[in-house]
Design a protein around this ligand. Structure first.
Ligand SMILES: Cc1cc2nc3c(=O)[nH]c(=O)nc-3n(C[C@H](O)[C@H](O)[C@H](O)COP(=O)(O)O)c2cc1C
Length: 200
């Protein structure tokens, strides 16, 4: 059976580790991944994850511990590459996640302002009724943020805020982040054992 393909966008909100852990988990589960990086997303990756300026993103992922053989199932695009596959409804994939999703990218998606490869690919997901999961990161939210989330949700997006859970007693930042990544995988309908499930 052909591997699933998931599109992951990393925009310029704090928490680029959510996108990185999601890429790692999906590749480990033999899923093909297309990553779209916004310009600001790259800046935050440099600041928060130590990605070096001009360092090929694949090299960073390998240095982060992602299996070099799995990296073959990964394609990387930048926000200006508007003609790449996910920009077209005729390219079929299994869903898109924006993690983290900045308030600017959220605004673009919720208003149909498809001015780059991230907002266009999300717009395509909504029109094609494919899963679109937004991981909006800001605190606190103002009314514009909340209304944009409600609008995106009404159009079909899942709003999955990066609110970690604590009932599995995460010991590291990675464990904590993975409690959110696990819920994203659930919504993508991808089987995993990333985090143990609540059972009483
Ligand atoms: C270190 C850093 C952290 C940021 N954190 C957030 C954030 O958590 N949420 C947010 O909406 N914007 C945040 N921003 C601002 C966005 O990067 C900015 O609004 C940018 O225009 C978003 O562009 P993009 O959506 O195309 O990536 C942050 C910027 C920097 C430099």
């Amino acid at each position: 059976m052909k591997n699933k393909t998931i599109v992951i966008a990393i925009s310029g909100a704090s928490g680029s580790i959510y996108g990185i852990r999601l890429i790692k988990a999906l590749l480990a589960l033999n899923t093909s991944v297309m990553v779209i990086l916004s310009d600001s997303g790259l800046k935050v990756l440099e600041h928060e994850m130590g990605v070096k300026k001009d360092e090929p993103f694949k090299e960073f992922l390998i240095s982060y511990g992602i299996d070099i053989n799995k990296v073959m199932n990964l394609e990387i695009f930048f926000q200006d590459e508007i003609s790449k596959s996910p920009a077209s409804g005729s390219f079929v994939h299994s869903g898109m996640v924006v993690a983290p999703c900045s308030m600017k990218t959220l605004a673009g998606i919720s208003q149909g302002f498809a001015d780059n490869l991230i907002t266009r690919s999300a717009d395509v997901c909504l029109k094609e009724k494919r899963p679109l999961i937004l991981v909006p990161r800001e605190t606190p939210y103002n009314l514009i943020h909340l209304e944009n989330m409600a609008r995106a949700n009404r159009a079909g997006a899942v709003i999955l805020p990066p609110n970690p859970s604590f009932y599995t007693f995460p010991k590291t930042i990675e464990n904590l982040v993975d409690t959110v990544v696990a819920r994203i995988l659930d919504h993508l309908k991808i089987d995993h054992h990333l985090v143990s499930r609540w059972k009483s």
